[in-house]
Design a protein around this ligand. Structure first.
Ligand code: FAD
Length: 539
């Protein structure tokens, strides 16, 4: 007998499940119900179509029902909304949105892949706010961008989609303001790393307002929580997404603490015949195994493929998620994986934090670019909790290597032993990831002690001596508040000027480390400012 699988949602998770199932089971009957007019479209490319970077709308439409029928023998129905599930009868009620008719579809297995909906705050005028999720949205946004109205835009929300849209609207000649309620953009980054992205946005012409929200949307402006107003011919809501759980909830399926559909490691819901994947489901956090909502394409595609394996009877189990993500902002790359420092501290973890500012490849080879890397390490186990990177070329590679290390259980100190590809135009013989390992090892072994950028002021106020070990010229151009200057090369001759307890700093942390080793061997209690002046000053 042909086994029948019905899939609700025909984009990332749903279509990965459908095509994998066909590859595994030529006899399966596979029906895909998609509410919108398109399946398998490139949602991650939508902001770039708005900005005119992607010019061919057709290139966003990766597949059609006809192409999916031809290649995979899938029964794909667009404009078809699943409106109810009857788990006892194993049926789905469907509305054909094209003609308003209703019908019932039976299933042996049901896969829910309905994604997550953009959240629009319930404020006056909210109906004027545009959101970006699907092809209909991008058509509406592209029409609004090109309609010749005053070219001002306010984007509510400084997450990934918000900053991508900001850049793309600047490309289209808009004066853009991002309004973000938190005190920083891009929540998956720590504040000092996000500050670098904010600087790049501002340099690109975007106005950034943090610590405020839009409280009302008027005809051509918005009002902010701080009482200010901004001209806003265009208003976009990009303040996050909510898992689409109404169908699951109405069917009595169990939800997680944070609202997503609860699934086991086989992506099975509380009903044994119903599976769920993608943005709509709760995932397991890689560090603690706790429930987490991670609306990213990688996990949606991976779990879509996995659920097909499970239905086809193959052994498969979902791994916890790291939330590895990357975004481009006016040529700057910002990437992150795992936990931030703020999250680790909020969870009460004892941590070590490492900031470095290496070049992406050998400095002597033309075109070297500097990047800022951050590693968050469990102080008790040396496990890598997370990493962040901001810079140009090669940032995504380093974060991906560290994400791989986390998945493989490689500790921070073991990054030393990763044998990574090297030639001068690509890296250094000690790759930036190896360097993070060397520092982690030194910290683990107590060879050096560091202090974080946000801890220095209190220590200086306590009377601890702060020495800038850079050159007098560098010192004159700007130093950490309260620092005196003794260049590293003069330290051994000027030990009488050095107090018993001292903090040293240089530009990025390396000369500070050398100074710290020298002073420690001369009996001083020394801490080196992690990441140096660059991290402290966020430059
Ligand atoms: P979706 O891909 O959203 O698909 C769900 C589908 O289900 C929708 O088409 C919806 O119409 C349909 N549906 C819902 N309810 C019903 C119903 N009752 N009946 C029938 N159909 C229904 N992630 C990244 O990792 N990197 C990126 O760069 C990135 N950029 C993004 C940019 C934008 C503008 C957006 C919107 C998202 C981006 N994402 C990115 C997130 C990524 O697209 C999602 O994580 C991923 O698509 C989730 O897959 P999914 O299958 O769960 O949901």
């Amino acid at each position: 007998m042909r086994m029948k699988t019905v899939i609700i949602g025909g984009v990332a998770g749903g279509m990965s499940a459908a095509t994998r199932l066909r590859r595994l089971d030529e006899s399966a009957e596979i029906v895909v119900l998609e509410r919108s007019g398109h399946v398998s479209f490139a949602n991650c490319g939508l902001p770039y179509y708005v900005g005119g970077v992607i010019t061919d709308r057709q290139s966003l439409l990766l597949q059609t029902p006809a192409s999916l029928k031809a290649r995979f023998d899938l029964d794909v129905r667009v404009n078809s909304e699943a409106i109810a599930i009857d788990p006892a009868a194993k049926t789905v009620s469907v509305t054909n949105l094209a003609d308003g008719t209703h019908y019932t579809e039976s299933y042996d297995s049901l896969i829910l892949a309905p994604g997550a909906a953009p959240f629009v705050p319930p404020i006056p005028g909210a109906e004027r706010a545009l959101t970006l999720r699907n092809i209909a949205d991008v058509d509406a946004m592209a029409a609004a961008v090109g309609d010749g109205r005053p070219r001002t835009a306010v984007i509510m929300g400084g997450g990934f989609i918000g900053v991508e849209l900001a850049e793309n609207l600047v490309h289209r000649g808009f004066e853009v303001t991002i309004v973000e309620l938190a005190d920083q953009l891009l929540a998956p980054l720590d504040v000092e790393m996000a500050a670098l992205v904010e600087k790049k946005l501002i340099a690109g012409g975007v106005k950034v307002v943090t610590g405020a929200s839009v409280t009302a949307i008027e005809e051509s402006s918005v009002t902010l929580s701080d009482g200010g107003t901004l001209a806003a011919g265009l208003v976009i809501a990009a303040i996050g997404v909510r898992p689409e759980t109404s169908l699951a909830q109405a069917a009595g399926l169990e939800l997680g603490e944070r609202g997503g559909i609860l699934v086991d490691e086989h992506q099975r819901t509380s009903d044994p015949s119903i599976f769920a994947v993608g943005d709509a489901v709760v995932k397991r956090d890689v560090i603690t195994g706790a429930q987490a909502l991670v609306p990213l394409a990688g996990p949606a595609n991976r779990h879509g493929r996995l659920v097909a394996d499970v239905i086809a009877g193959r052994p498969a189990a979902a791994k916890p998620v790291l939330g590895t993500a990357v975004v481009g902002v006016f040529g700057l790359v910002a990437a992150a994986t795992g936990w931030t420092e703020k999250r680790a501290r909020a969870a009460g973890r004892a941590i070590r934090v490492i900031h470095t500012h290496p070049a992406n490849h050998a400095g002597y080879y033309p075109g070297a670019e500097s990047m800022s890397l951050k590693l968050v390490v469990d102080a008790e186990t040396d496990a890598i909790l997370g990493a962040q990177g901001i810079g140009g070329s090669g940032v995504d590679k380093r974060i991906d290597v560290i994400a791989t290390a986390i998945r493989g259980g490689i500790t921070a100190s073991e990054l030393v032993d990763l044998e990574l590809s090297y030639a001068p135009q690509f890296s250094s013989a000690k790759d930036p990831v190896n360097m993070l390992g060397y520092i982690a090892e030194n910290l683990r072994d107590g060879l050096t002690e560091t202090i974080q950028w946000h801890e220095v002021a209190a220590e200086v106020a306590r009377g601890v001596q702060l020495i800038d070990v850079r050159t007098p010229g560098e010192y004159a151009r700007g130093t950490v508040d309260g620092a005196i200057n003794i260049p590293v090369d003069e330290l051994r001759d000027r030990l009488d000027e050095v107090a018993d307890e001292v903090i040293v700093h240089c530009q990025v942390g390396l000369r500070g480390y050398l100074a710290a080793r020298t002073l420690a061997q001369h009996g001083r209690t020394v801490r080196n400012l992690d990441g140096g002046y660059r991290t402290w000053a966020r430059v």
